[in-house]
Design a binder for this molecule. Structure first.
Ligand code: 13P
Length: 253
């Protein structure tokens, strides 16, 4: 049975002090959830204090990072290694977010290296995939996602993929208020699972968690989470408000 994951990607929002404040507010609101696991991914500058606070509070919130550099250490000015994240009790690491692919120019090969590095450090990657509006309108959404899966997962085996999280984030739905319909989300999440089954076997496909991300809000969370192959959400904007994020983690209830 896959336990849904509701992960907040805070992107480049929240100073360290604001991040700590948000976690203080959020922790009591998501205590005792039975149906979902909750994670927050603050900016790197807040990871250390948020990690300590989560532990002090005994909060039922996992810690995630938004990115990583795929080397253990070295002369990589400005970068953060998987070991540095692991040392802060980071459990999840986002890799291949469309903002990094599109704005920073990251390619599939680099993202595959990040997945390898995250797995080797004993953390769980959240691999993001998704198509642009143009690609969807041209009927190429599935082909785009398939290409990303193939290239980004090629260094991993079925057992590793079983433990991973894949987030389907259609680029046209990110920060736009345009949510994919529950059927659109289900179609692509199920396509991803079928693809994993074909490439890595039934066991990996049955275990891997496939999230939807893109304008998830308290009022659309229930219908998205009700879909069979949607195992949670990667939430941007709405994760910056404790009450909204907690409502999503409660599937809109
Ligand atoms: P929004 O929820 O703000 O659309 O962002 C989604 C996202 O990119 C999460 O990674």
């Amino acid at each position: 049975m896959r336990k849904p994951l509701i992960a907040g990607n805070w992107k480049m929002y929240k100073s360290n002090a604001e991040a700590v404040e948000l976690v203080r507010e959020l922790a009591p609101l998501v205590t005792g959830l039975k149906d979902a696991e909750v994670a927050v991914c603050p900016p790197f500058t807040a990871l250390s204090d948020v990690s300590r606070l989560l532990s002090d509070l005994g909060a039922e919130i996992s810690l995630g990072a938004q990115d990583v550099y795929p080397e253990k250490e070295g002369a990589f000015t400005g970068e953060i290694s998987p070991l540095m994240l692991k040392a802060l009790d980071v459990a999840y690491v986002i890799a291949g977010h469309s903002e990094r692919r599109e704005i920073i120019g990251e390619d599939d090969e680099f993202i595959a290296a990040k997945l390898r590095a995250v797995l080797d450090a004993g953390m769980t990657p959240i691999l993001c995939v998704g198509e642009t509006l143009q690609e969807r309108e041209a009927g190429g959404a599935a082909a785009k996602v398939e290409g990303q899966l193939e290239a980004c997962l090629k260094g991993a085996d079925g057992g590793e993929i079983a433990g991973m999280v894949i987030a389907y984030e259609p680029i046209w739905a990110i920060g736009t208020g345009k949510t994919a319909t529950p059927d659109d989300a289900q179609d692509m999440c199920s396509f991803i699972r079928r693809w994993i089954s074909g490439a890595y076997g039934e066991d990996a496909a049955a275990a891997v968690r496939v999230l939807y991300g893109g304008s998830v809000k308290p009022d659309n969370a229930a219908e998205l989470m009700a879909m069979e192959d949607v195992d949670g959400a990667l939430v941007g904007g709405a994760s910056l408000k404790a009450a909204d994020f907690a409502a999503i983690a409660n599937f809109g209830r």
